[in-house]
Design a protein. Structure first.
Length: 358
Protein backbone atom coordinates (compact mmCIF):
# COMPACT_ATOMS: atom_id res chain seq x y z
CA UNK A 1 0.00 0.00 0.00
CA UNK A 2 2.28 2.76 -1.27
CA UNK A 3 1.57 6.45 -0.85
CA UNK A 4 0.96 6.95 -4.56
CA UNK A 5 -0.67 10.10 -5.84
CA UNK A 6 -4.13 10.61 -7.24
CA UNK A 7 -5.15 12.69 -10.21
CA UNK A 8 -8.88 13.09 -10.72
CA UNK A 9 -10.33 15.59 -13.22
CA UNK A 10 -13.14 17.67 -11.82
CA UNK A 11 -16.59 17.29 -13.35
CA UNK A 12 -18.60 20.46 -13.99
CA UNK A 13 -20.77 19.67 -10.95
CA UNK A 14 -17.91 19.21 -8.52
CA UNK A 15 -16.00 22.16 -9.97
CA UNK A 16 -18.82 24.43 -8.76
CA UNK A 17 -18.72 23.07 -5.21
CA UNK A 18 -17.11 24.94 -2.38
CA UNK A 19 -16.48 23.24 0.98
CA UNK A 20 -19.00 25.55 2.67
CA UNK A 21 -21.78 24.74 0.17
CA UNK A 22 -22.14 21.02 0.84
CA UNK A 23 -24.82 19.40 2.94
CA UNK A 24 -22.09 17.55 4.78
CA UNK A 25 -20.60 20.87 5.89
CA UNK A 26 -23.95 22.31 6.94
CA UNK A 27 -25.09 19.19 8.78
CA UNK A 28 -21.80 18.51 10.55
CA UNK A 29 -21.78 22.13 11.69
CA UNK A 30 -25.05 21.53 13.55
CA UNK A 31 -23.50 19.02 15.97
CA UNK A 32 -23.11 21.51 18.82
CA UNK A 33 -26.78 22.50 18.77
CA UNK A 34 -27.81 18.84 18.38
CA UNK A 35 -25.80 17.91 21.47
CA UNK A 36 -27.30 20.76 23.48
CA UNK A 37 -30.84 19.71 22.55
CA UNK A 38 -30.17 16.04 23.15
CA UNK A 39 -28.55 16.40 26.55
CA UNK A 40 -31.50 18.39 27.84
CA UNK A 41 -34.32 16.50 26.12
CA UNK A 42 -33.05 13.04 27.10
CA UNK A 43 -32.03 13.78 30.69
CA UNK A 44 -35.06 12.23 32.43
CA UNK A 45 -35.27 9.27 30.05
CA UNK A 46 -31.56 8.55 30.49
CA UNK A 47 -31.76 8.74 34.28
CA UNK A 48 -34.72 6.35 34.36
CA UNK A 49 -32.87 3.86 32.17
CA UNK A 50 -29.72 4.25 34.30
CA UNK A 51 -31.72 3.45 37.44
CA UNK A 52 -33.07 0.33 35.74
CA UNK A 53 -29.56 -0.81 34.79
CA UNK A 54 -28.30 -0.31 38.34
CA UNK A 55 -31.26 -2.18 39.80
CA UNK A 56 -31.00 -4.99 37.22
CA UNK A 57 -27.38 -5.09 36.03
CA UNK A 58 -27.09 -6.70 32.61
CA UNK A 59 -25.13 -9.93 32.33
CA UNK A 60 -23.55 -8.68 29.09
CA UNK A 61 -24.08 -5.85 26.63
CA UNK A 62 -24.50 -6.58 22.92
CA UNK A 63 -24.32 -3.81 20.33
CA UNK A 64 -26.21 -4.01 17.05
CA UNK A 65 -25.20 -1.56 14.33
CA UNK A 66 -23.70 -1.08 10.87
CA UNK A 67 -21.34 1.50 9.35
CA UNK A 68 -20.84 4.72 11.30
CA UNK A 69 -23.26 3.47 13.95
CA UNK A 70 -21.05 0.43 14.49
CA UNK A 71 -18.11 2.79 15.06
CA UNK A 72 -20.22 4.47 17.74
CA UNK A 73 -20.78 0.97 19.16
CA UNK A 74 -17.00 0.48 19.35
CA UNK A 75 -16.79 3.69 21.37
CA UNK A 76 -19.57 2.30 23.60
CA UNK A 77 -17.72 -0.99 24.12
CA UNK A 78 -14.62 0.69 25.52
CA UNK A 79 -16.69 3.05 27.65
CA UNK A 80 -18.94 0.34 29.08
CA UNK A 81 -16.13 -2.09 29.82
CA UNK A 82 -13.90 0.54 31.45
CA UNK A 83 -16.64 2.40 33.35
CA UNK A 84 -19.31 -0.22 34.08
CA UNK A 85 -17.14 -3.34 33.95
CA UNK A 86 -19.64 -5.24 31.82
CA UNK A 87 -18.47 -7.43 28.94
CA UNK A 88 -19.60 -5.84 25.68
CA UNK A 89 -19.67 -7.45 22.25
CA UNK A 90 -20.74 -6.50 18.73
CA UNK A 91 -23.40 -8.78 17.28
CA UNK A 92 -22.79 -10.48 13.95
CA UNK A 93 -26.00 -9.42 12.24
CA UNK A 94 -25.94 -12.25 9.70
CA UNK A 95 -26.25 -14.74 12.57
CA UNK A 96 -29.93 -13.79 12.75
CA UNK A 97 -30.67 -12.35 9.31
CA UNK A 98 -28.95 -15.06 7.23
CA UNK A 99 -28.38 -18.08 9.48
CA UNK A 100 -31.63 -17.71 11.46
CA UNK A 101 -29.82 -18.38 14.74
CA UNK A 102 -29.34 -16.56 18.02
CA UNK A 103 -27.21 -17.06 21.14
CA UNK A 104 -28.77 -17.11 24.60
CA UNK A 105 -29.20 -13.44 25.55
CA UNK A 106 -31.16 -13.88 28.76
CA UNK A 107 -30.25 -10.95 31.02
CA UNK A 108 -28.41 -9.10 28.25
CA UNK A 109 -28.72 -5.43 27.37
CA UNK A 110 -28.87 -4.81 23.63
CA UNK A 111 -27.90 -1.38 22.31
CA UNK A 112 -29.14 -0.94 18.75
CA UNK A 113 -27.70 2.18 17.12
CA UNK A 114 -29.05 3.59 13.88
CA UNK A 115 -29.79 6.85 12.10
CA UNK A 116 -32.75 5.58 10.06
CA UNK A 117 -33.85 2.55 12.06
CA UNK A 118 -34.81 0.76 8.84
CA UNK A 119 -32.05 -1.67 7.85
CA UNK A 120 -33.58 -5.17 7.56
CA UNK A 121 -30.63 -7.06 9.08
CA UNK A 122 -30.51 -4.73 12.06
CA UNK A 123 -34.23 -5.21 12.67
CA UNK A 124 -33.92 -8.98 12.36
CA UNK A 125 -31.08 -9.00 14.89
CA UNK A 126 -33.01 -6.92 17.42
CA UNK A 127 -36.08 -9.09 17.02
CA UNK A 128 -34.01 -12.25 17.53
CA UNK A 129 -32.22 -10.75 20.54
CA UNK A 130 -35.50 -9.91 22.23
CA UNK A 131 -36.82 -13.41 21.56
CA UNK A 132 -33.62 -14.75 23.15
CA UNK A 133 -34.24 -12.81 26.36
CA UNK A 134 -32.51 -9.44 25.83
CA UNK A 135 -33.74 -6.00 26.85
CA UNK A 136 -33.41 -3.82 23.73
CA UNK A 137 -32.58 -0.11 23.80
CA UNK A 138 -32.59 1.78 20.50
CA UNK A 139 -30.43 4.86 20.01
CA UNK A 140 -32.10 6.11 16.85
CA UNK A 141 -32.63 9.39 15.05
CA UNK A 142 -35.98 8.54 13.43
CA UNK A 143 -38.25 7.95 16.39
CA UNK A 144 -41.17 6.53 14.40
CA UNK A 145 -38.94 4.02 12.61
CA UNK A 146 -39.40 0.24 12.70
CA UNK A 147 -36.46 -0.02 15.10
CA UNK A 148 -38.02 2.43 17.54
CA UNK A 149 -41.28 0.49 17.45
CA UNK A 150 -39.45 -2.79 18.08
CA UNK A 151 -37.24 -1.68 20.99
CA UNK A 152 -38.15 -1.84 24.68
CA UNK A 153 -36.75 1.66 25.21
CA UNK A 154 -35.87 4.44 22.77
CA UNK A 155 -33.20 7.10 23.26
CA UNK A 156 -33.78 9.70 20.51
CA UNK A 157 -30.64 11.13 18.91
CA UNK A 158 -32.35 14.47 18.12
CA UNK A 159 -30.05 15.04 15.13
CA UNK A 160 -32.86 16.22 12.88
CA UNK A 161 -32.93 15.46 9.14
CA UNK A 162 -29.59 14.28 7.76
CA UNK A 163 -29.71 14.29 3.97
CA UNK A 164 -26.06 13.92 3.09
CA UNK A 165 -25.17 10.25 2.58
CA UNK A 166 -22.18 10.78 4.86
CA UNK A 167 -23.32 10.53 8.49
CA UNK A 168 -21.83 13.30 10.64
CA UNK A 169 -24.09 14.93 13.21
CA UNK A 170 -26.00 11.67 13.73
CA UNK A 171 -22.72 9.88 14.53
CA UNK A 172 -21.76 12.56 17.04
CA UNK A 173 -25.28 12.40 18.47
CA UNK A 174 -24.86 8.65 18.99
CA UNK A 175 -21.56 9.21 20.84
CA UNK A 176 -23.19 11.86 23.04
CA UNK A 177 -26.17 9.61 23.84
CA UNK A 178 -23.84 6.72 24.72
CA UNK A 179 -21.72 8.94 26.96
CA UNK A 180 -24.73 10.44 28.73
CA UNK A 181 -26.15 6.96 29.37
CA UNK A 182 -22.90 5.47 30.71
CA UNK A 183 -22.19 8.53 32.87
CA UNK A 184 -25.67 8.23 34.42
CA UNK A 185 -25.52 4.43 34.75
CA UNK A 186 -22.16 4.51 36.56
CA UNK A 187 -22.96 7.75 38.43
CA UNK A 188 -19.77 9.32 37.11
CA UNK A 189 -20.17 12.88 38.36
CA UNK A 190 -17.03 14.17 36.62
CA UNK A 191 -18.16 12.91 33.23
CA UNK A 192 -21.73 14.12 33.76
CA UNK A 193 -20.43 17.58 34.65
CA UNK A 194 -18.11 17.61 31.63
CA UNK A 195 -21.03 16.79 29.32
CA UNK A 196 -22.68 20.10 30.20
CA UNK A 197 -19.85 21.95 28.47
CA UNK A 198 -19.71 19.64 25.46
CA UNK A 199 -21.93 21.75 23.13
CA UNK A 200 -19.67 24.78 23.60
CA UNK A 201 -16.59 22.61 23.07
CA UNK A 202 -18.10 21.13 19.88
CA UNK A 203 -18.66 24.63 18.54
CA UNK A 204 -15.01 25.39 19.24
CA UNK A 205 -13.87 22.12 17.66
CA UNK A 206 -15.72 23.04 14.47
CA UNK A 207 -13.56 26.16 14.08
CA UNK A 208 -10.19 24.36 14.32
CA UNK A 209 -7.96 24.78 11.28
CA UNK A 210 -7.05 21.37 9.89
CA UNK A 211 -6.24 22.75 6.43
CA UNK A 212 -2.66 21.41 6.61
CA UNK A 213 -4.20 17.93 6.50
CA UNK A 214 -6.08 18.85 3.31
CA UNK A 215 -2.84 19.90 1.66
CA UNK A 216 -0.99 16.84 2.92
CA UNK A 217 -3.62 14.34 1.78
CA UNK A 218 -4.94 15.94 -1.40
CA UNK A 219 -2.90 13.78 -3.77
CA UNK A 220 -2.39 10.55 -1.83
CA UNK A 221 -4.15 7.24 -2.35
CA UNK A 222 -3.62 5.36 0.90
CA UNK A 223 -3.16 6.06 4.59
CA UNK A 224 -3.52 4.62 8.06
CA UNK A 225 -5.80 6.04 10.73
CA UNK A 226 -4.83 5.12 14.28
CA UNK A 227 -6.43 5.43 17.68
CA UNK A 228 -6.71 3.45 20.88
CA UNK A 229 -9.31 2.85 23.60
CA UNK A 230 -12.26 5.22 23.35
CA UNK A 231 -10.39 6.89 20.47
CA UNK A 232 -10.42 3.77 18.30
CA UNK A 233 -14.07 4.22 17.33
CA UNK A 234 -13.39 7.66 15.84
CA UNK A 235 -10.36 6.28 13.99
CA UNK A 236 -12.68 3.73 12.36
CA UNK A 237 -15.15 6.48 11.55
CA UNK A 238 -12.47 8.72 10.03
CA UNK A 239 -11.21 5.89 7.83
CA UNK A 240 -14.72 5.27 6.56
CA UNK A 241 -15.23 8.94 5.75
CA UNK A 242 -11.95 9.05 3.84
CA UNK A 243 -13.18 6.15 1.72
CA UNK A 244 -16.73 7.24 1.07
CA UNK A 245 -16.27 11.00 0.63
CA UNK A 246 -12.68 11.31 -0.63
CA UNK A 247 -12.06 8.14 -2.63
CA UNK A 248 -9.06 7.53 -0.39
CA UNK A 249 -8.07 4.02 0.70
CA UNK A 250 -7.80 4.45 4.46
CA UNK A 251 -7.35 1.62 6.95
CA UNK A 252 -8.01 2.06 10.66
CA UNK A 253 -6.03 0.18 13.28
CA UNK A 254 -5.66 0.25 17.01
CA UNK A 255 -2.32 1.89 17.73
CA UNK A 256 -1.43 -1.32 19.55
CA UNK A 257 -1.94 -3.43 16.40
CA UNK A 258 0.24 -1.58 13.90
CA UNK A 259 3.34 -3.60 14.77
CA UNK A 260 1.43 -6.82 14.05
CA UNK A 261 1.91 -6.61 10.28
CA UNK A 262 0.71 -3.21 9.05
CA UNK A 263 4.02 -1.50 9.90
CA UNK A 264 5.63 -3.47 7.07
CA UNK A 265 3.92 -1.18 4.54
CA UNK A 266 5.18 2.05 6.10
CA UNK A 267 7.91 3.76 4.11
CA UNK A 268 9.07 7.28 3.32
CA UNK A 269 6.12 9.62 2.89
CA UNK A 270 3.45 7.10 3.90
CA UNK A 271 0.67 9.15 5.56
CA UNK A 272 -0.95 8.40 8.91
CA UNK A 273 -3.59 10.27 10.89
CA UNK A 274 -3.32 9.58 14.62
CA UNK A 275 -5.98 10.32 17.25
CA UNK A 276 -4.70 10.45 20.85
CA UNK A 277 -6.90 11.42 23.79
CA UNK A 278 -5.40 12.26 27.20
CA UNK A 279 -6.12 9.03 29.07
CA UNK A 280 -4.17 5.91 30.01
CA UNK A 281 -3.61 5.09 26.33
CA UNK A 282 -1.86 8.37 25.48
CA UNK A 283 1.75 7.32 26.13
CA UNK A 284 1.49 4.21 23.94
CA UNK A 285 -0.12 6.17 21.09
CA UNK A 286 2.57 8.84 21.31
CA UNK A 287 5.23 6.13 21.15
CA UNK A 288 3.61 4.62 18.07
CA UNK A 289 3.50 8.01 16.35
CA UNK A 290 7.23 8.42 17.06
CA UNK A 291 7.87 4.98 15.61
CA UNK A 292 5.99 5.86 12.44
CA UNK A 293 8.01 9.04 12.02
CA UNK A 294 11.23 7.12 12.56
CA UNK A 295 10.26 4.87 9.64
CA UNK A 296 9.69 7.88 7.38
CA UNK A 297 5.92 8.20 7.66
CA UNK A 298 4.17 11.56 7.36
CA UNK A 299 2.25 11.74 10.63
CA UNK A 300 -0.72 14.04 11.21
CA UNK A 301 -1.40 14.09 14.96
CA UNK A 302 -4.70 15.06 16.59
CA UNK A 303 -3.76 15.14 20.26
CA UNK A 304 -4.72 17.78 22.83
CA UNK A 305 -1.65 19.49 24.24
CA UNK A 306 0.67 18.24 21.49
CA UNK A 307 2.94 20.67 19.63
CA UNK A 308 5.29 20.38 16.68
CA UNK A 309 5.27 19.50 13.01
CA UNK A 310 2.15 17.74 11.73
CA UNK A 311 0.08 18.51 14.82
CA UNK A 312 -3.57 19.38 14.16
CA UNK A 313 -5.22 21.79 16.64
CA UNK A 314 -7.60 20.06 19.03
CA UNK A 315 -9.80 21.04 21.96
CA UNK A 316 -8.93 19.72 25.42
CA UNK A 317 -11.72 18.27 27.56
CA UNK A 318 -12.56 15.25 29.70
CA UNK A 319 -10.64 12.36 28.08
CA UNK A 320 -13.86 10.55 27.12
CA UNK A 321 -15.09 13.64 25.27
CA UNK A 322 -11.87 14.44 23.41
CA UNK A 323 -12.47 11.84 20.66
CA UNK A 324 -15.92 13.37 20.05
CA UNK A 325 -14.34 16.79 19.66
CA UNK A 326 -11.61 15.46 17.39
CA UNK A 327 -14.06 13.78 15.01
CA UNK A 328 -16.00 17.06 14.78
CA UNK A 329 -12.82 18.85 13.67
CA UNK A 330 -12.09 15.95 11.32
CA UNK A 331 -15.48 16.20 9.60
CA UNK A 332 -14.79 19.77 8.50
CA UNK A 333 -11.41 18.75 7.13
CA UNK A 334 -12.76 15.63 5.37
CA UNK A 335 -15.46 17.69 3.69
CA UNK A 336 -12.87 20.17 2.41
CA UNK A 337 -10.56 17.33 1.32
CA UNK A 338 -13.39 15.70 -0.62
CA UNK A 339 -14.02 18.88 -2.58
CA UNK A 340 -10.29 19.45 -3.10
CA UNK A 341 -9.99 15.96 -4.60
CA UNK A 342 -12.86 16.60 -7.01
CA UNK A 343 -15.58 14.67 -5.19
CA UNK A 344 -19.05 15.59 -3.95
CA UNK A 345 -19.14 14.45 -0.29
CA UNK A 346 -22.94 14.46 -0.27
CA UNK A 347 -23.25 11.85 -3.02
CA UNK A 348 -20.55 9.19 -2.74
CA UNK A 349 -20.55 6.77 -5.70
CA UNK A 350 -22.57 3.54 -5.29
CA UNK A 351 -23.90 4.50 -1.82
CA UNK A 352 -27.35 5.26 -0.40
CA UNK A 353 -28.44 6.84 2.89
CA UNK A 354 -30.27 3.71 4.04
CA UNK A 355 -28.43 0.45 3.38
CA UNK A 356 -30.90 -2.37 2.73
CA UNK A 357 -28.66 -5.23 3.90
CA UNK A 358 -30.53 -8.47 4.54
Amino acid sequence: MEATVLTRPESPATARLSPESTRMFLEAGEAASVAATQLTANAHKIEALAERLRANPPRVVVTIARGSSDHAATFARYLIETKAGVLTSSAGLSVSSVYDASPNLEGALVLAISQSGKSPDLLASVKAAKAAGAYAVALVNVTDSPLAQLADEVIPLHAGPELSVAATKSYIAALVAITQLIAAWTQDDALTSALSSLPKALAEAWTQDWSPAVESLKLVRNLYVLGRGVGFGVALEAALKFKETCGLHAEAFSAAEVLHGPMALVKDGFPALVFAQNDESRASVDDMAKGLRARGATVLMAAPGETGEGVLPTVSAHPVLEPILMIQSFYRMANALSVARGYNPDSPPHLNKVTETV
